[in-house]
Write a protein that binds this ligand. Sequence first.
Ligand code: MN
Length: 369
Amino acid sequence: MTKHFVFSADGHIVEPNDLFLERLPASMKSQAIHTVRRDDFHMTVAGDKVLLRRRLNVGWTPDNATTLRGEASRKPLGNNNIEGRLKDMADEGVDAEIVFPSLGLWTFGLEDPEVELATCQIYNDWNNGFFAGHTHVFVRCAVLPVRRLDNALSELKRVAKMGFTAAMLPSVTPAGVTPYNDAAWDELFHAAGELGVVFVLHTGTGNETVTSQKGAGGAVMNYTMQMCDGQMAVLALTAGGVLDRNPKARIAIIESGASWLAALAERMDEVYTAHAIFVKPKLTRMPGQIVRDQVAASFQYDRACIMSRSVTGTKALLWGSDYPHAEGTFPHTPDVLAHLFDGIDISEQEKADIIGGNAARLFRLPGAA
Ligand code: MN
């Protein structure tokens, strides 16, 4: 394959562990998100609330030399610094990327709206400073508070002024947060469309826990179920009318695979017609068209999405490495990309779009137009 520009639509930076402990006002410090080691567990906590709990003695730690697939790996150099990140990217053949948080993925678990807002602002300000001077390679992504949508709107406007072109909302709306088929989201989606900020719904966000299944098959069920969260969000935002009423808004479902998007688009079109007398609100476009116009999804390995691109449009498909996570493609990205299109009849232009052009344009990487 010709060497195309590679833009990863899925990467993570690890914030300093004391970021929120240090910067939250004294009255909120007890709710600061940070990680701790307790007994055999590596945990992300906010006060008494455990947001993520991973057992350490299963033969894998974030530091050892095996991927979760059991392949040879090496320690990523760029978890928390730009220099190492650029080295790994050069090694991996990745030219640019959008970067999501690690601790910041858990803000949607904060139940106090003011703590949530303050935490998002701290993350967004830190992120803005961290990537200053490197925004030609790294697209910054803000995190928005969602417990109060007026807080979301004010923070959206603030980060847009700082030049952010992407901002996170949860894949799952937690209990107590307005569901995505509610017109209360319209004002935020309208503003994002006008400001040119893409909403990013990253897998695993907004869940009470990402390891709800403890029995047989749990490991497969838990990560697979996160794909369903992305589907539910697209379904609610499309069928409920928020995307239709705000046609400039764009959403990107990240790390949930993408081949389901074709099935979802066709199923929504089918029922929109078949159950027409029950359908409300009426939409100005068919659901499948709304998906093609406004929805994108990132994948690491999901080649089926490339085969179903006649339904979704190629523009919807964004390849992402999920660096530095062990279920991602690091440190085997060149191999993955070399075989991504094997046996698929596809033009060089479409290949270039899927592995870089689509995401670079969607997230407005400087010079990508
Ligand atoms: Mn990811």
